[in-house]
Design a protein around this ligand. Sequence first.
Ligand SMILES: NC(=O)C1=CN([C@@H]2O[C@H](COP(=O)(O)OP(=O)(O)OC[C@H]3O[C@@H](n4cnc5c(N)ncnc54)[C@H](OP(=O)(O)O)[C@@H]3O)[C@@H](O)[C@H]2O)C=CC1
Ligand SMILES: [Fe+3]
Length: 457
Amino acid sequence: MLPGGRGRRGQGCLWPVAHSGTQDMPTRTSGEMDKPLISRHLVDSDGSLAEAPREVPKVGILGSGDFARSLATRLVGSGFSVVVGSRNPKRMAGLFPSAAQVTLQEEAVGSPEVIFVAMFREHYSTLCGLSDQLAGKILVDVSNPTQQEHLRHHESNAEYLASLFPTCTVVKAFNVISAWTLQAGPRDGNRQVPICSDQPEAKRAVLELAQAMGFTPVDMGSLASAREVEAMPLRLLPGWKVPALLALGLFVFFYTYNFIRDVLQPYLQEGKNKFYQLPVSVVNTTLPCVAYVLLSLVYLPGVVAAALQLRRGTKYRRFPDWLDHWLQHRKQMGLLSFFCAALHALYSFCLPLRRSHRYELVNQAVKQVLTNKSHLWIEEEVWRMEIYLSLGVLALGTLSLLAVTSLPSIANSLNWREFSFVQRESAVLGWAPSPWQNQDDVSSLNTEGCGPDGGHQ
Ligand SMILES: NC(=O)C1=CN([C@@H]2O[C@H](COP(=O)(O)OP(=O)(O)OC[C@H]3O[C@@H](n4cnc5c(N)ncnc54)[C@H](OP(=O)(O)O)[C@@H]3O)[C@@H](O)[C@H]2O)C=CC1
Ligand SMILES: [Fe+3]
């Protein structure tokens, strides 16, 4: 049972709160089985509220490195009693919170049911001498392999640990959380903790432990998923690779096109040297092209999906993989489109700051003087620029609204109707699906066979 929590092992507590261990748990009748255990200890026979006897749940940690220290700090802060097993407890004790007990490995593993192995894979075998004391305990593998180790070993670190300690239950968890996040608390950094194990009760114990520490546990199934869980921290922004490469490709294409059109052609045909435009002007002309194409690629798959459904005459069939992937990358493409549009706005602000611009203004003024023109004002040009700028600002504002509401923390605070209202009305694209929504929602749209416009309303 978590401190003050509601966890149960099968029909009993996972963590000892109101009684010590599962052995001396009171026997419960079948009727009592459905009631949460905690209520039995908080309500006296006469119905009055009683102070439940509290025993702080004990958690063990093997290893005294960075991760062990942060974990101990977090566990103590979450109300657990912590015992740390080190090869050199005297030297390491000062680095741990005073509430944590730092002792020798063999002494540390005696009482806790759940023991974190905060060590590297290559040192797991040094624990084999503790096999007897560890028998029947839950070992939590927190390790992260390096890229090379991940490729070298066919079995995950967690499976390797399980093979060394067949009498223990191994649970893979917390490897995606850095020591820093553990110490700072889950309000910063990632909250999700993927957890997997072959033993459902052991997994539940660690799920509840993660929850008590303020994290969001994610059940990843059996220990066979440990390899996938261990690969997670090795991936670099997986959902962004394709959209980023696409944006880069578009940028290179449009930059080359604008270079040929605005710089190379005037140079070859008229001998004008406009190469100074390469760093600012050509980039500024390129950015909105990329932004527009990316934005249209955000909305296009919705149209394609609708057309496909019309042709098939049903919405209860999976989309082809290429369309599914495209649909799932819409949010990233939309955000990259916003990024390019924002950069375009910034570059546009910088245009009048350039020295070349000042020279051009002065040159124009001189020409005016020479032709004896005192007042230059072309009404149509003035209006065109005013409207052009105003529409540009409005478009960027709308795009920002779409981008901001697509951020998970904001999107989660809106209900589906509010979210789709903001997305659709801002986009002014009528029935187009909400392309900025979370990837999970998009996949479920597809697998549930809902149309691009349906499913959530
Ligand atoms: N640091 C981080 O942010 C994260 C780390 N992890 C994982 O946590 C585990 C520990 O990482 P971290 O704390 O950073 O590593 P450290 O090098 O800081 O600590 C490793 C600890 O292992 C213990 N150990 C036990 N046996 C041996 C041995 N034979 N040789 C050397 N050390 C031994 C040592 O403790 P003692 O001397 O007291 O026995 C040592 O302090 C790793 O598997 C890592 O992948 C996972 C996520 C994030
Ligand atoms: Fe523009």
